[in-house]
Design a binder for this molecule. Structure first.
Ligand SMILES: Cc1cc2nc3c(=O)[nH]c(=O)nc-3n(C[C@H](O)[C@H](O)[C@H](O)COP(=O)(O)OP(=O)(O)OC[C@H]3O[C@@H](n4cnc5c(N)ncnc54)[C@H](O)[C@@H]3O)c2cc1C
Length: 379
């Protein structure tokens, strides 16, 4: 019978790998995280942790109080600035028992890592090879060291080598859209409202990330431009306030492209003693802001299944069977929910969007809550 301590090797120290390490260590397992980089990646913008993600973060012992920005309202606007939908996020927080929060990526990564036992993360340890047999799993790293364990968790992101090794399926693909995003000192105060302005050829989102920082993003059709600030100014010319203010606040060096990437969710997420988690299992575009939230859901389910099963293979099979349907749905909505060319983009035209203003905020709140719950095993 399998039981703690199970020796777990986690490949990747992103949000998924660190959260898994934290959850598995707390459950009494012996965890080593192998990270190819020389240090944690603390840069980048902020992520929105929805109710499912913050519920799992709470389970992992992360104190969210005062971290980033708590959200109370979600607004959808057209490029002319007209508000067409409002969701009461504070009411949903009360109903679902957790909060929606914008958290700078570096803050989240640091707090996940800070709870780990000393020496858990090995840096400069890229995956060079893995071997899985009846006795256990063995990983060779680019630093020339070998690590043995009972279970290997592939949390190595959308271009996962663990996935390639165990499933041998095709690589992640780009959808053709590009996200430009980042954090800047806020040129105005959005309070606790997260806003998305949606048009036929692009969108712009903005929200506070706490500490006087504004998280902004633009989605446009690709490929990444050479002179992104000029491109964004041209692309969003004529859009209502605060789009011009956001563009004025940006400097060339603030602009980093993130091509929308998707990796089809495989039927099985494990083989033998190796299992996938986070973007390695279900890389999806940022449209729904669910990638990291789904990764946190994976962590909660993996810990639970390891606790319940007698055998590693059974535990990881159970884990992917329980998680797959929700991850498939999140990936499909994130991949197909935004069209910035062709006839489907008509849905995002001003006259069509205006129809949404007929929807009472109470209905929009109910529907949004239903959507988020349908993507979650946790809330
Ligand atoms: C622009 C943008 C905005 C987003 N906004 C949101 C949001 O608001 N809400 C949300 O929930 N999600 C959001 N996401 C998605 C979210 O960022 C990802 O789903 C999440 O970061 C995935 O984490 P991960 O740990 O699985 O992968 P990664 O963050 O990619 O981490 C993988 C780690 O593995 C390491 N690694 C890779 N290969 C190897 C190897 N061979 N050996 C050892 N280590 C290796 C990497 O160095 C890295 O540290 C956004 C994504 C983007 C691009």
């Amino acid at each position: 019978m399998w039981g703690p301590p199970v020796r777990v090797l986690v490949v990747g120290a992103g949000i998924s790998g660190l959260a898994a390490a934290r959850g598995l260590s707390a459950a009494g397992h012996e965890v080593v995280v192998l990270e190819q980089a020389a240090a944690l990646r603390l840069g980048g913008g902020a992520i929105t942790a929805w109710y499912n993600g913050t519920a799992v973060l709470g389970d992992l012992g992360i104190d969210l109080e005062g971290m980033g920005q708590n959200l109370t309202t979600l607004c959808l606007r057209t490029p002319s600035g007209r508000q067409v939908m409002e969701v009461d996020l504070a009411a949903l927080a009360e109903r679902l028992g957790s909060s929606a929060r914008v958290i700078p990526r570096g803050v989240l990564i640091s707090s996940l890592a800070s709870g780990l036992p000393e020496g858990t993360i090995r840096f400069g340890a890229g995956l060079a090879g893995l071997q899985d047999d009846a006795d256990g799993v063995m990983v060779r790293t680019t630093s020339g060291r070998e690590y043995c364990g009972d279970l290997l968790v592939g949390a190595d992101g959308v271009y996962s080598q663990v996935r390639a090794a165990i499933l041998g399926d095709g690589p992640a693909t780009r959808t053709g859209l590009v996200n430009w995003q980042g954090l800047v000192p806020a040129p105005f105060d959005p309070g606790s409202v997260t806003t998305m302005m949606l048009g036929r050829r692009g969108d712009c989102g903005f929200m506070s990330a706490g500490n006087g920082l504004l998280q902004w993003f633009f989605d446009v059709p690709g490929p990444p431009a050479d002179k992104p600030l000029e491109m964004l100014r041209r692309h969003f010319a004529g859009w209502a306030s605060p789009v011009p203010e956001i563009l004025d606040a940006l400097e060339g060096q603030d602009l980093e492209p993130f091509p929308h990437t998707r990796h089809a969710v495989p039927r099985h997420w494990s083989k033998g003693r190796c299992v996938l988690l986070g973007d390695a299992a279900h890389g999806m575009p940022p449209t729904l802001a669910q990638g990291a939230n789904q990764a946190l859901e994976d962590v909660a389910m993996l810990v639970k299944c390891l606790d319940a099963a007698d055998d590693p293979a059974e535990a990881v099979r159970l884990y992917s069977a329980k998680r797959r349907r929700r991850a498939v749905m999140a990936s499909a909505l994130a991949s197909h929910g935004l069209a910035l060319s062709g006839p489907r983009s008509l849905v995002q035209s001003e006259p069509v969007l205006r129809l949404a203003s007929a929807m009472p905020p109470s209905f929009a709140t109910w529907a949004y809550g239903r959507l988020l719950r349908s993507l979650s095993n946790r809330i």
